[in-house]
Structure formats: structure tokens, C-alpha cells
Design a protein around this ligand. Sequence first.
Ligand code: SF4
Ligand code: SF4
Length: 523
Amino acid sequence: MSEGRDSAFGVETTRFARAVADAPRALPAGFARAAALRGEGPDLALVLWRPTAAVSVGRDQAIVREVRRAWCREHGVPVLRRPTGGGALWHDPDQWAFCLAADRARLGADPAERLATGGALLVAALAGLGVEAVFVPPNDVQIAGGAKIASVFLVETGEEALLFATLLVRFDVAAALSALLVPTEKLTRTGLEHARERVATLSDRLDPVPDDATIVAALTAAVATRFVARPVENEAPFPDVETPEPADPWEDAAADVLETFERTARATLRLRLTRAADDTVTSAAFATDAAHTPADLAARLATGLVGVPLAELAVATARLTRPDDRFVGFGPPDLVRLAARAAEKARLAGALGLDAAAATGVMLAGPGGDALDALDRAGVVLVPYCAKPAWCALRPTPDCIDCGHCAVGDAYRLAHERGLEVTTILNFEHLGETLAEMKARGVTAYVGMCCSDFFLKRHVAFREAGMDGVLMDIVGATCYDLKEEHLAYAGTFKAAAALDLDTLEKVMARIPGPTSEPGAGEG
Ligand code: SF4
Ligand code: SF4
């Protein structure tokens, strides 16, 4: 290792150790190698390897919400939980994995800055290979046009930080989409062609494709240049690491579980609760794809929310954040809103007689915090076209004649009985136009139906509409299940989902009729 000597890198004071695997190694072996290398005392420990096939989820993710576990089991693809934050990833030997361990202060002033350092290293390495790219916070490295070619993630333990990144040489889109549930913007408009447009690789940017030695040299040079340090090779072997399948408390489909999610511009937050008869929390689980430190937030919420009355959930959540918490892509107000939404869904369920599964399927949108008040004010009902049978001639239209052949007719009838407008949303643009038109003429609240994946993915449209929405999840195969949301976007999804008529009737019964006082619905 170098120590204060003159070189082409200037006066080196940074001890920089590097280990490179000459054959594909499992993801955990690389993390273990990085920990061992850093333990030998260098200021920077860089480990590079090509990972064997696997799916990894971020430290705080709900595996069942991110991974098609049955497909992974069937194809012998291990599912791993990374120590870092971030989202779910597909790995195979056609990508390079990168771990850089160092004092966290060396990598930046806070987690967002440290992730940006990781992004800058990837951008520099790509520039060295001849690919122009930019870091797009919090995790992506993209080429012009927005296709992702690399990702970077972070974990911190005390003063120690580890950056983990993957760089795509090639990408098996079909395998990745088979292994991952991809409802968020990571691979917008899934479907093979659409996903391919969203992912870039060295092999489609460079001809000839750089060999392993060239890629390793570029990644190493990026680190060496930034930290003015010369790498010293460490030849110790990568360890074999036992990797039992990670536990996933979210996979337990207990009947009384209430789930809620919130989406910020750059993070998905999930809360899973079970309750006692007196409406106190008996168990809590928090999940996110976003980075934050210290890493014990999920554990803090899991223990700290137990015993809390639902009515006090938001306050209790606020109290469980700490002054030293640092968040990337979300913050304490988002956590508090998540808890408040969960409590409000439970209150709504109690008022309407919904069981926990139906309450989980309710999605609340908009600035207000009182779902019952939103139902009192609701002026419009929005129905997704996919709930109409594929053979219905009115499927591609905003209308329904209540012919008696599907629950959409019931939705139209229930809406008309209460003097509400009702329309079928035909595609994403139509949703935006309809919400804008409703807002312009003074509608303050609405009832809607859509799949939860659509709600999660299109959260911006619902939030920016500025009206309070009580939405219900649809049932049956959605186009996300069928990997056809690009067809949904265009309004040409062929399969038929269905409305949850029982929940719809209970929600609609609460809405006052044309002559009733607010709050005087039948619920
Ligand atoms: S009830 Fe409406 S949507 Fe359903 S089949 Fe009849 S016309 Fe079509
Ligand atoms: S995304 Fe697909 S399944 Fe979901 S509401 Fe839209 S059309 Fe229906």
C-alpha cells in the first residue's frame, strides 16, 4: 500500500486496496470479500466481481412485493437481501458488481452525497470506457434518453460506509422481468420492448464490447483518480458464504393484516400492521426501497409501534424518528403521512364494515386526512376500462348501459342513485384530463377504482390533482401481473380485471344521496 509518496497520482496519502474475482462469484461472497479487505486497514477497499445469477432486494424491502419468488424457486435463482438500501435487482455474470468500503466522511457529508460520490465514480468509469452518462439521484446512472446503465446503493454502519454498484455489460431483460415484480418507475412501461428501451448496456453502446480487464481498469481508475491513490492488489480468495433464503415477514398472509403504502417522488414506503380488538397495534413492519441511516429505522418502527393505539399511530411514528436520522428520497413527514393513512384506513374500515383485506385494498389520495369526509364530498366515480369485459362494446368508451353482465354496471347504477357522475377511465392521458377537468369545475373529492400497481406508479397524477380520492383495488389478473402495463398506459390491455363489488357497495352506501345530508349515507 502507498503511504505519502510522490507518483503520477500526486502525493499519495490514501491507502487503496483492490480485489478482483477472476470468475463469477455469488453476491454475498463479494460483500464478504469487501468487509475482509477493509478489515485489513486500507483507507479504501475496492472489490470487483461478476455476480452469479440471483435476485437481490434492498435491506428494507418486502420481498413478496418485489420478487416473483415462485419463478425464482422454479429456476434455481437465489433471492438475497443486500445489506444496502435500494430496490430489487437482477444479477448475472453479464454485469460487474462493485463494492467500495471507506470511512463515510471520505465519501461525502451525508448519505445523498455519498450516493452521489458512487454515481460520480460510475460516470467517470463509463467515460473512461467511452460512454457518456449522468448520475440521476438517488441511485441511477443513465445515458442520454434516460436508459439506466448502472445503479449505486449505500449502507452505513457507524462511521463506516459501503457503496455497492452494478454496471451492465449485457442485460437479460426477459429473465429480469420474470424474476422481478416491476410496478415502479425502475422499468417503466414493462413488456420486453419497453423494458429494453429503459435499460442500456455496454454491449449496445460499444463495439467492440470492452473485455473484463478493460472494465476493471476503468472502474479502478475512477476510484484512483478521485481519491488520488494507487491501487494495491490483494490476491486473497473470495470466501464461500452460506446464504439461506432471507425471511420475509410480508409473505405471511395473515387474515387480519392491514397494509398501506405511500409513494414520494423517489421512494416507496410500506407499512404492515396487525391490530388487537381494542385497535392497538400488535405487530408492525416497515419497508422501503429508499436509503436512510442509521439502518435500524425499520426495527425501531417494528418494536416502537407495538401497543400504540391506531389513533396515535402518526404521532408515535414521528416520535420514533431521531435527530441523527438521514433520509434519501423521503423524510419524517412522509413516514408520518404513511402512518396517518394506515390509521385512517382502519377508521374507514370500521365505519364501513370492511375486513382487513378490503381495507388494505383501499387507497387514499389527496391532501385531506379524513376519508369519511371525502366520501361525503365525493362528486365523481372513476372506473377503469379494464374492469369491463373484453367483449363489451362499451369497453373503449367512457360509458356503460348497466346491461347486467358485469360489476361496472353496478358501479354506474350505484353512482347514479347517489346523483354522482361516473365515467370510465380509458388510459393514463384520459385520467389526467379527467382529473384536471374535475378540479377545474370545483370537484373536491371522488371515488375511484384501479389496481394498486397503477396507483403506486402514477402517484404523481393522483397527488397533483389536489382532490381527495378514496380508491379501491381491483381484483383478478391485472396488466401488471401479465406484464402488460404498457398496454394499460395506451388503453389497450385485453384481459379483464374485476371490481370488488362488496367493498364498492359498502363505500357507495356511505355516500349521501342527492337529498341526504352529508354523512347520512346508509353505511
Ligand atoms: S355492465 Fe356495462 S361494462 Fe359491463 S358488460 Fe354491460 S355495458 Fe359493458
Ligand atoms: S394498470 Fe391495468 S390492471 Fe391496473 S387499472 Fe390500469 S388497466 Fe387496469
